[in-house]
Ligand binder design. Structure first.
Ligand code: GLA
Length: 403
């Protein structure tokens, strides 16, 4: 039975009598999808959402694993006379149920946005005081994913506020991925595991590889700055509870190398892969980056172990990520402005991950090396690996054993 407005009291009763929890197993691998904010901010409407759903299928994004079409801030109109939130009638005249149905008819899932405060960051009506009612409305519309922001939350306790919305979603009865967007100020990695499926670890990303933009009361962060803020957080992530370094800026104006590096790093971090570009107008390079299935497989690996920084020397970092069946992903990242030279003698290294208890001793085991961007096998770990790496680019490898 689908909940509707008239079952409000019934669900309120249920919410008090059933022990609330998060919906389990909705994000056993990091969620993949698209979100409107990074490109469109408040300039959104239902035509954009429908066209984006179409493009997600026609460009091969859905085939590569992207599933959620998430509408961010500013879809809101007013609350009706009973307090139920309604979409902006000019931007979304068909209503959210019809849009959700359209998205579902394409085999995709539908995400929406709200905020724990009394107004969203964009100044629209938010959920404070309406949590259970909003959850019922979302369930009725067919929402599958809720991003829940943290603006205008004076005096609220973050953990309590997110638990409250988690409980409201659970009481409404429709499984909804719960995305905690609290920017890391209250350390959501310490309490988010049983509350949501992912939590933002930082403030907002910007389409810049290595810079900070100061807006006065808040800052937005480049890809490198966000990467550095993940330090120490990997022990908190795993299947169904992910660190979220924010939605992607691939295809939003950085160079192809920078986009490739950004995407590769997000995959090494087992980050949610939420595209933030205009899917209706993508360059060939952008599509190639976003749909590289071998790189995506690193992100989506079923062990769900976030990668670790192993070395950092002369602007070049080397990252390892343990994968299923004792395979590993390896990523060299050149943060510098000059081309770099890599010489890595595998056999001189014993990689040990105290967190996952995975270890490689290259003297006892020989791996075949696959270059995931060239899409070819390039030798084994018997030999010293040498390569040139352009500025702001990566070399991403998968180590596996041949039968
Ligand atoms: C915050 C979030 C962003 C976006 C905007 C919308 O800044 O962190 O991701 O949702 O609000 O206003």
């Amino acid at each position: 039975m689908m909940p509707n407005k008239f079952s409000f009291i019934f669900f309120l009763f249920l919410s008090i009598t059933v022990y609330p929890q998060k919906f389990d197993s909705l994000a056993l691998t990091p969620p993949m999808g698209w979100n409107s904010w990074n490109t469109f901010a408040c300039d959104i409407n239902e035509q954009l959402i429908r066209e984006t759903a179409d493009a997600m299928v026609s460009t091969g994004m859905n085939d590569a694993g992207y599933l959620y079409i998430n509408i961010d801030d500013c879809w809101h109109g007013e609350r009706d006379s009973l307090g139920f939130i309604q979409p902006d009638p000019e931007r979304f005249p068909s209503g959210m149920k019809e849009i959700a149905d359209y998205i579902h008819s394409k085999g995709l899932k539908f995400g929406i946005y709200s905020c724990a405060g009394w107004k969203t960051c964009g100044g629209k009506p938010a959920s404070r005081g309406y949590e259970f009612q909003d959850a019922i409305q979302y369930a009725e519309w067919g929402v599958d994913y809720l991003k829940y922001d943290w603006c205008n939350t004076e005096k609220l306790n973050a953990e309590g506020a997110y638990l409250n919305m988690r409980n409201a979603l659970y009481a409404a009865g429709r499984p909804i991925v719960f995305s905690i967007c609290e920017w890391g100020n209250n350390k959501p990695w310490e309490w988010g595991k049983n509350t949501g499926h992912l939590w933002r670890t930082t403030g907002d990303i910007i389409n810049c590889f290595d810079c900070v933009v100061d807006h006065g009361t808040w800052k937005s962060w480049g890809v490198m700055q966000i990467l550095d803020k993940q330090e120490g957080l990997r022990i908190h992530a795993g299947p169904d509870h992910w660190n979220d370094p924010d939605m992607m800026e691939v295809g939003n104006g950085m160079s192809v190398s920078e986009d490739r590096a950004h995407f590769s790093i997000w995959c090494m971090l087992a980050a949610p892969l939420i595209a933030g570009n205009d899917l209706r107008n993508m360059s060939k390079e952008t599509v190639e980056i976003l749909t590289n299935k071998e790189v995506i497989a690193v992100d989506q690996d079923s062990l769900g172990i976030q990668g670790l920084k192993y070395l950092s020397e002369n602007n070049i970092e080397m990252w390892f990520k343990p994968l299923i069946n004792d395979e590993w992903a390896v990523c060299f990242l050149n943060r510098g402005s000059e081309e770099g030279l890599i010489e890595f003698a595998w056999k001189e290294h014993n990689v040990k991950d105290d967190f996952s208890k995975k270890e490689i001793n290259f003297n006892n085991i020989t791996y075949t090396i696959r270059d995931l961007w060239k899409k070819e096998n390039i030798g084994t770990t018997e030999k010293i690996f040498t390569a040139k790496i352009p500025s702001h680019d990566v070399i991403m490898l998968r180590l596996f054993q041949e039968e």
